[in-house]
Design a protein around this ligand. Structure first.
Ligand code: HEM
Length: 536
């Protein structure tokens, strides 16, 4: 017997719906809309506390006052440790090209099948109350409520990342966020600590080229690309696995603002991006993205001039074209920001049968981190019971209790094995169930190490820079001069420019000139850069 499912819908969208009138135009009676306490007690006066006389002190026995204040006092939950400022919307994903040859994942098998989604866009560094148009990477997190469980593609609007190993993530985030002694800057990369960290981390410079480009000042959430970043794997019915990189391509096109515009918009309307998306959806102008995949096998991976398990590298679309397989449409705004956008919990670990991880060390760290942080942020291991996080397929297991449990085992048994027959609850299903696949490499001696195949830090940074139009290259140079001019320590400036020398000599000279400094020596490279063809 399947336990009752949690409600799939959000909170009621209107009081008429709440009262069971299905949203029809209805004259709601005063009695039906009587305000109550959290216990359901009708409230006669919620505006005046109980006092000892008109000018007397408040009386402790006023439980209505105490409940209201108590609840208010506990309204805040910790903001996300990163990606604190975000905005979400509901929608639908429709498969247009079946990947049945590559994966058993139901959501990627049947053309025309629609799957409910929730998407949250975010900035990374700024706090929850910061402004939308900071120069920053944008999060692009998609939750697909599939028939085989929730599948989260927790990506960014940039296809690569700053670091190669999750153990560096706390350092990166500390360096990116406000400085610990002074508590600023709250939302920008223009400060000594970030550039100190960056100038000491050669692996960061490919991402820095993207970060200094117009991509980090998008015109709208609707005009951003999304990337799953890591290599994942698709696994078919025969158990054959194929590497895959995920892409979201905006039907609205890719658009950015200029830095001067970003600065003005932040002052005039710090909510620019969330307002833009809310208004578009509200007016029926639903934003759409195409889901694309880059598929490749181990043989192809072995021939790439870099290691695809290194999250600071992308696979050029010229080498492995992106195959479009579906369309995502955002068509419904949240009706309660906190219940949906704040309480949603994405995790790279949320995959479905037919999808699997690669051995990317950054991905493995993420798989641990999200669940851990969400226990703290949402306060209970039962956060999957919240409607926004609850799967839309049956959930059956013997996990029970804990704070705020709304879904417990049903029937006689809460353990396995058991001999209670039909009343004994769910059983494993070896055919349909998720099978974790053997590691790609045979086990080896454990060591704290970085693979030599991760050592070329500059080739793709140069590839990105040279692929840009002259005006885009100028914007990157301008952004670097602006950001580095805010760095007070000149040795950090010099170290940063020394990395640019390994990326593009002309760019390094322009930035050094803009900063009024002599051109430093090139940074010592761990591995020589590849000879890349000149930009077209
Ligand atoms: C949050 C993307 C690397 C830890 C997020 C979010 C996104 C994201 C989009 C916001 C999710 C939301 O909207 O709720 C990425 C990408 C990464 C990356 C694309 C690299 C490819 C990492 C790493 C770690 C990490 C290496 C830690 C080892 C976190 C944490 C949160 C977060 C703790 C907050 C989650 C929450 O409170 O719900 N990340 N991230 N991320 N990320 Fe990452």
């Amino acid at each position: 017997k399947a336990p009752e499912l949690p409600p799939a819908a959000d909170q009621p969208t209107s009081y008429a719906e709440l009262l069971g009138h299905g949203g029809e135009t209805h004259q709601i009676t005063t009695a039906a809309l009587t305000m109550t306490t959290q216990q359901g007690l009708p409230i006669a006066d919620g505006q005046n506390s109980l006092k000892a006389g008109p000018r007397g002190p408040i009386l402790l026995e006023d439980f209505i006052l105490r409940e209201k204040i108590f609840h208010f006092d506990h309204e805040r939950i910790p903001e996300r440790v990163v990606h604190a400022r975000g905005y979400g919307a509901h929608g639908v994903f429709e498969l247009t090209d079946s990947l049945a040859d590559f994966t058993t994942a139901d959501v990627l098998n049947t053309t025309g099948q629609q799957t409910e989604v929730f998407v949250r866009f975010s900035t990374v560094a700024g706090n929850k109350g910061s402004f939308d148009l900071a120069r920053d990477v944008r999060g692009f997190a998609v939750k697909l409520y599939t028939q085989q469980g929730n599948w989260d593609i927790v990506g960014n609007n940039i296809p690569v990342f700053f670091i190669q190993d999750a153990i560096k993530f706390p350092d990166l985030v500390h360096a990116v966020k406000d400085e610990p002694d002074r508590g600023f800057p709250q939302a920008q990369s223009a400060h000594d600590n970030f550039w100190d960290f960056a100038s000491l981390s050669p692996e960061a410079w490919h991402m820095i080229m993207w970060q200094m480009s117009d991509r980090t000042i998008p015109r709208s959430f609707r005009t951003m690309e999304g990337f799953g970043v890591h290599s994942f794997r698709l696994v078919n019915a025969a158990g054959k696995s194929t590497f895959v990189k995920f892409h979201w391509k905006p039907r609205q096109g890719l658009q950015s603002v200029l830095w001067n515009e970003a600065v003005k918009i932040n002052g005039a309307d710090p909510d620019f991006h969330r307002r833009d998306m809310w208004q578009a959806i509200e007016s029926g102008d639903f934003p759409q993205w195409e889901l694309g995949v880059q598929l490749f096998d181990q043989e192809t991976a072995d021939k790439l001039p870099f290691d695809h398990l290194d999250a600071t590298k992308l696979i050029p679309e010229e080498d492995i074209p992106v195959r479009i397989v579906g369309t995502m449409t955002l068509n419904r705004n949240v009706d309660n920001f906190f219940a949906n956008t704040e309480q949603v919990a994405f995790c790279t670990q949320n995959i479905v049968p037919g999808v699997d991880f690669s051995d990317d060390p950054l991905l493995h760290g993420r798989n641990f981190s999200y669940l851990d942080t969400q226990l703290k942020r949402l306060g209970s291991p039962n956060f999957t019971h919240l409607p926004i996080n609850a799967p839309r397929c049956p959930v059956m297991n013997f996990q029970q209790d804990g704070h705020m449990a709304m879904r417990n085992p049903v029937g006689r048994a809460n353990y396995e094995p058991n001999s209670w027959g039909a009343d004994g609850g769910p059983r494993e299903n070896p055919e349909m169930g998720f099978n974790s696949f053997a590691a790609e490499l045979p086990p080896t001696t454990k060591q704290r190490i970085r693979s030599e195949t991760f050592a070329d830090h500059y080739s793709q940074a140069r590839l990105f820079f040279t692929s840009q139009l002259p005006i885009e290259q100028k914007h990157i140079g301008d952004a670097l001069v602006f950001e580095l001019s805010k760095v007070e320590r000149v040795d950090i400036r010099a170290r940063a420019v020394s990395h640019l020398r390994n990326i593009d000599g002309g760019l390094a000279a322009t930035v050094a000139d803009g900063l009024g400094m002599a051109l430093p020596d090139a940074a010592k490279a761990a591995k020589p850069t590849q000879d890349l063809p000149p930009s077209p």
